[in-house]
Ligand binder design. Structure first.
Ligand SMILES: Cc1cc2nc3c(=O)[nH]c(=O)nc-3n(C[C@H](O)[C@H](O)[C@H](O)COP(=O)(O)O)c2cc1C
Length: 135
């Protein structure tokens, strides 16, 4: 929370703010589809909604890794989506395009430190949910 609040206050100081965007997928009108596909249309809509972002966030992660390799600092933020309409208006992003992240990029004030991670066995299951990962 402390670093998040600091970032919020200093976002405008980042020399680059990258806003990854994606044109929203458009499904055809159900009327134009054969009956058997039309019958599954609601399921398909739910599917498309459920996986939204699944192709752009791996690209975001690649940007994070590339920055790190170049000695640049960045991080994924999504808070701006709470006021996305205003952000899109400022950036003149078309209606059918959505923003998925807002990534400040710049040289870090402090050197990168070692990151802490929970042990793999704490966050991974083997074969099925109830099965703990062998330590
Ligand atoms: C999907 C996702 C969205 C995030 N959105 C925000 C955000 O809007 N604002 C923010 O400060 N941190 C956000 N974070 C956390 C930051 O990426 C980062 O972890 C946080 O700023 C703390 O920085 P630190 O881990 O280097 O200390 C988000 C993380 C994820 C995975």
């Amino acid at each position: 929370m402390t670093s998040g609040a600091f970032l919020w206050d200093h976002m405008a100081e980042a020399p680059v703010i990258l806003v990854p965007c994606q044109t929203q997928p458009r499904l055809p009108s159900p009327d134009a589809l054969p009956p058997d596909i039309r019958a599954r249309f609601a399921d398909e809509q739910r599917y498309v909604e459920r996986i939204r972002g699944s192709s752009i966030y791996p690209a975001v992660q690649n940007v994070i890794l590339a920055c790190r390799a170049l000695g640049l600092g960045t991080t994924i933020t999504t808070n701006h989506i709470r006021c996305e309409d205003e952000v899109k208006a400022v950036l003149e992003v078309p209606d059918d395009v959505a923003t998925f992240a807002l990534m400040p990029i710049g040289y870090p004030l402090d050197p990168f430190g070692p990151v802490t991670r929970r042990p793999v066995a704490e966050v991974t299951h083997a074969d099925r949910w109830a099965e703990p990962w062998p330590a």
